[in-house]
Design a protein. Sequence first.
Length: 529
Amino acid sequence: MTEDPHREREQASTSVNWSERSEKTGRRKGAYPWVLETASFLCGASVMVLELAGSRVVAPFLGTSLVVWTSLIGVIMASLCLGNWLGGRAADLCPERKVLARIVLLSALCTGALAFAANPVLRFFSGLGGSFYVATVLAAVALFTLPSVLLGMVSPFIVRLAMKDVGTSGVTVGRFSAIGSAGSILGTFLGGFVLISLFPSGVILLMVAGTLALVALLLYGSVRRGALTVSILLFACAGAAGTWGLPMTPVGEHIETPYSHLWIAESFSGGRRVRIMMTDPHGAQSLMYTDNPTELVSDYTKFYDLAFHFKEDAGNLLMLGGGGYCVPRYLLSERAGISMDVVELDPGVTEAARRYFELRDNPGLRIFHEDARWFLNRAARDPDQVESYDAVFMDVFGSWYSIPFHLTTVEAMQAVSDLLVPDGVLIMNVIASIYGPRSGVFHGIYASLSQVFPRVLIFPASAPDPQFAMSRQNLMLLAFKSPQMPDVPPAPTPEVSRLLAHHWSRPFTPDIPAFTDSFAPVERYSLMR
């Protein structure tokens, strides 16, 4: 096969034009030293910060479940893949630095626009009926495809510009792959450990846009028109961050924390003003009457009082999941002499509870900011350092589909049992239905509990009537460590009698195997309709 001599001359010409060096400085003409390396590093970092900030942008509308993360990561990876292919073709067709600068500048514009377009786009997709899987994928495609494709084009384009000859192509490709990966590593830690803790998600997106605009400015170099365009964009990003730096949220006040995206809103219930904390668009974490902060609003939280009915001398309590600390605040005010440990993963949630939900220091209250499973495992490793508890309360669901699977397994239930005194009780809140397509999570958790605890009672918070058995609601599971517990002791007060009347007395056998650490498909069961 013969080669096209014209094509060879054209390729040689483009290579020489980029690689030509100044006789005085030895540097490539028309380029700053290390400009391609800097561009590769900063674009790699921008991809990861975009992904992390994107999760916070999506959270108020679609939540933070595994389904959301899978959609976000999958769409961005697919977009980068497409961008790599397009970037390689574009680089061969027109291997010029100003073309790369335009690609990076377009990615900056798309990322900056994302900061302002996210809310209406997400509001539209979250309001669609049908499959939650489809809604999350479509939302991710609409928001993140274009900036990710453009960023994916950068890497092959840079390698093409830096390539001097085939003999050193491996070194060139390896160097820029390493530089881009190093940027991604920095972006991951910078975004996850620093930026999200300090800035709202909208401002972070504008920071990424500004960084990419700066990269474009470096690539334009001495091209005055391009440099002027990028400079204007940089000033626009800075102004936007100052003017619209307030977080974007559907309602109420927005708070970014190291682990979550909170917003605080107020509404009315029975003519009384209620303050609400939400970490997920499909469920309220905590509710509080503003005129009486110690009174419980959510009916399901009142079932935690049954711990004192089944174990009258309960005095040392553990709660996994603090939220707005409504239950600890109520119990510490109503029951003298008790002590309570609360394990809350997110210190930002605790700070919000102090600021908006009347959480006050109390000698009977200890707060541990760590993952609940870490707390349980630590207790198992060193039982002498952790007290035994009369009752353990678990309220760890973010919503009906945002479920920490590692707290639903047989191993987790065994760790809880090990912390209980011999006649202790566990009360767990599960959001599901008793029967029907929405019952899978409940059946799996009930099976997990039944493998560890000899007696498990079901208390539907809405009503024990069979007509509600197919409806998703708060199901309160009471698990007893001792097999000698009575069925249902007599009620000492009308309120306790009302709660006990919710007991599901019909025979129940789970039709799903118990969840284990190796297999707990809670996402699949929770999203069934």
